[in-house]
Write a protein that binds this ligand. Structure first.
Ligand code: C2E
Ligand code: CA
Ligand code: CA
Length: 745
């Protein structure tokens, strides 16, 4: 799962949890709170109801007291049968007015004397019997208890009554009789409705067992029980009758308006929170999206502008980095230096240790450059090229910075516990002297670097106008060379190699010639390195090989059987398919390999020993001979000589030139090479022999084959054919000239 999705899921869970928590907490607190409020309210309602009943009791009690103390009733009870009194007060109308249901008078002997019942006709006989029985029971209860007054409830056949009992006195309470007056008032429908109207809630009267069936406990400190429906609160209270038994249960119902309000609030809260949560989620999503976009943009920018290996600025940022350095220099009244750095021998490190180690080395290079160029701008221009731009106060500071950069790269790098030396060439361009445009400065520093590189390894070169002119010329040369390859402007000249003792030609060296548009020959040392740089050299070498093959065949036809040596650049030898191409050409031109020698240089072993050995061995196996050209100028190693199938050493012209130049080492070197070759069973060719003195020195020290202007310059095919035909006389004519007085042994 992607990071974004995980965060999203987390946010979603948070919102859901938040909403649930809001819901639960809201519900819980609201319901608890509402229940508490409603419980208190209900309890107060119940108390009010009970107070109302008390008021009814008080009313009845007042009535019964009044009557029981009247002289009239007293006299009625005492004088026995004052029927007028009953007719006057205990008629239905006046009882109704007084909200009475029944009135009973008990005589002093405890017998029921009179019983007036307002609803007598409505109740059935059983009820009436029961009513009288209950009233009589109450009268006996009073007689037994000696109390004068009792007010309370009494249940007669599930119908609750308020009842009041009083002993009958005279009005001054002087004369007490044993007679009783009992008044009852039933909770009839009107009564209930009237009560409801007064207190604004519903109530009902239930049988006492209803109370015991309610599971809810009594409200703390009260004799009430309470239950809740969704929209109604029920509170129950048990009412005891005058005998102390449970008489009935009062149920009071109340609309749960506060609960409904609370629930509405809770829902509003919940939705509010849900909307808030969702808005938060949306905001987070937008934020996340934006963050992701900006991370992606930053990453893209980083990739566009940073080198992934070193995290230095890459080539796209170089112009800006240099321009910034120039701007700072301007502001501070300083100069700026642009240093184009080309590492040496990175390819060898990659070949020998692998690309991972090569990458490590590049990272280490970046670290060293950052350290030495600080606070300057450092970038990797690509592959083995780096660039530094730094503010400087004076040109001499520029030189010392260049030196310190080179020194930092000259100190060894440790790879797999080996100390590896690579070094670098640096080209420097100064601002504002060498340009006022960042791109131009970078380009000029690079040109200077190429110049330094051409002069040798680990060089610092400052830009100059000459460099630019030369570079432009080189560029022109390069494009002309492409044209030359296509327009047959290239040809091959041959230089004979003379076997002095037998005065004949041991072979010829094929040398490429390029005739410019102006008819002048462009010398190979000018264009061969360029062809190597731009990858054209293999094409040139193969052209020379094919031309040489055709010439060999031609000479062969004319009875002039001489082998021809063809120069092979290291780049050609190590190019893919080299062996096959060479053998294909020989086959196509139908030339036996033994008539072709290949001249190679030591650089071929230096760049990739193993590959070179494989190639040389294969071609040698096919019959080709190899000569080691310019021997002694490179990293001459006896190892190549012993392990490679090389049959000839070519002593470089440089040594021959120096034979009489006063450099003693030259003579010693030539002698050593000649004896080395003889000891290894190799032939030698001494190159660049121009005078008799050199010839004699060489011959005296064991040289046998000579190549040089002394016998012949490189000749075109026609002139060389003539030379071959007249070789004996031409060689003799040279040999017959008296020896130069410089010749020594
Ligand atoms: P190299 O292979 O050492 O060839 C010998 C060079 O010395 C030739 O120069 C030749 O003309 C010159 N030379 C020979 N004897 C004398 C002498 O007595 N005095 C003087 N001053 N020079 C002498 P050239 O033809 O200019 O070739 C220069 C170099 O160019 C060659 O050096 C070789 O490295 C390269 N080259 C020439 N042709 C080819 C080619 O077809 N393929 C490749 N790869 N390189 C070539
Ligand atoms: Ca050569
Ligand atoms: Ca040579």
């Amino acid at each position: 799962m992607r990071r974004k999705h995980r965060i999203l899921l987390l946010f979603l869970c948070m919102v859901v949890l938040f909403a649930m928590a809001t819901y639960l907490v809201g519900d819980f607190t609201i319901i608890k709170g509402v229940n508490a409020i409603e419980t208190t309210g209900a309890e107060m309602d119940m108390r009010q109801l009970r107070r109302h009943f008390r008021a009814v009791e008080a009313h009845l009690s007042g009535l019964v007291v009044d009557w029981a103390c009247w002289d009239e009733i007293y006299s009625y009870v005492a004088s026995n049968k004052n029927q007028e009194f009953l007719k006057k007060y205990f008629n239905e109308l006046s009882m109704k007015k007084l909200l009475l249901h029944s009135a009973a008078i008990f005589k002093e002997d405890g017998h029921l004397d009179s019983f007036t019942d307002v609803h007598g006709q409505n109740h059935d006989a059983t009820f009436f019997k029961e009513e009288i029985a209950q009233v009589t029971k109450l009268a006996h209860f009073i007689y037994a208890s000696e109390i004068d007054t009792l007010v309370g409830f009494l249940q007669i056949q599930d119908c609750p009554f308020v009842i009041a009992v009083h002993r009958i006195f005279d009005s001054n309470k002087q004369k007490r009789t044993n007679a009783l007056l009992i008044l009852t008032s039933a909770f009839n429908r009107e009564y209930i409705e009237e009560t409801q109207h007064m207190v604004d809630y519903d109530f009902s009267i239930l049988p006492p067992k209803a109370f015991s069936h309610i599971k809810e406990g009594a409200i703390q400190g009260t004799p009430y029980k309470i239950t809740y429906d969704d929209d109604t609160t029920h509170i129950y209270s048990l009412v005891h009758d005058v005998f102390g038994d449970a008489a009935f249960c009062l149920e009071l119902r109340r609309q749960r308006t506060i609960a409904a309000l609370g629930m509405r609030m809770s829902r509003h809260n919940f939705f509010l929170m849900l909307i808030l949560g969702l808005s938060f989620l949306l905001a987070s999503l937008t934020f996340l999206h934006r963050t992701e976009k900006s991370i992606a943009r930053r990453e893209l920018e980083r990739r566009l502008h940073r080198d992934p290996l070193t995290d230095l600025a890459n080539r796209t940022v170089i112009p800006q980095g240099v321009a910034d350095t120039m701007a700072t220099a301007d502001k501070n009244g300083h100069l700026a230096g642009v240093f184009f750095i080309h590492l040496n021998r990175l390819k060898e490190v990659n070949d020998s240790y692998g690309y991972d180690r090569g990458d490590e080395l590049i990272r280490e290079v970046a670290t060293r450059l950052l350290h030495h160029a600080s606070p300057g701008f450092v970038a990797r221009s690509g592959g083995d090229k780096f660039l530094v731009a730094a503010e400087i106060t004076h040109q001499s500071q520029c030189e010392s910075l260049a030196n310190s950069l080179i020194d930092s790269l000259l100190s060894p790098f440790v790879i797999n516990d080996d100390e590896v030396h690579i070094g670098a060439d640096i080209g420097v361009a100064l601002y504002p002297a060498h340009g006022k445009d960042a791109r131009q400065l970078v380009h000029r520093a690079e040109l200077a670097m190429f110049e330094g590189r051409a002069r040798g390894n680990n060089m610092t070169a400052f830009f100059s106008k000459d460099i630019e002119v030369r570079a432009a010329r080189k560029l022109k040369l390069e494009s002309s060379l492409y044209e030359a390859l296509e327009s047959e402007a290239l040809s091959v000249h041959y230089q004979p190699k003379v076997r002095v003792a037998s005065k004949d030609v041991a072979g010829c060296e094929a040398l490429v010639r390029w005739q410019g548009k102006d008819g002048k020959f462009i010398p190979p040392p000018l264009f061969i390195p360029l062809a190597e740089e731009c990858g054209l050299v293999t094409q040139i070498d193969m052209f020379v090989l094919r031309t040489a093959c055709r010439q060999v065949k031609q000479w062969h036809k004319e009875g002039l059987a001489v082998p021809v040596a063809v120069n092979m650049s290291t780049r050609s030898i190590l190019s893919p398919g080299f062996c096959d191409t060479v053998l294909d050409i020989l086959r196509e031109e139908n030339v036996p390999p033994t008539l072709i020698d290949l001249e190679i240089t030591e650089t071929c072993f230096m760049s990739n020993m193993e590959a070179a050995l494989t190639i040389i061995e294969r071609l040698h196996g096919e019959g080709l001979h190899f000569a080691l050209d310019d021997f002694g100028t490179g990293y001459s190693s006896l190892q190549y000589l012993s392990s490679m199938p090389i049959s000839c050493l070519k002593i470089d012209k440089k040594f021959v030139d120096d034979i009489f130049s006063g450099k003693k080492t030259a003579q010693a070197l030539i002698k050593s090479i000649l004896s080395l070759a003889s000891n290894l069973g190799m032939t030698t060719v001494s190159e660049g022999v121009e005078d008799r003195g050199q010839l004699d020195f060489l011959l005296a020290n064991g040289a046998s084959v000579i190549q040089g202007y002394l016998f012949s310059k490189p000749l075109n095919a026609e002139d060389c054919t003539t030379f071959l035909r007249e070789s004996h006389s031409r060689i003799s004519s040279v040999m017959d000239v008296p020896a130069n007085c410089h010749a020594t042994t």
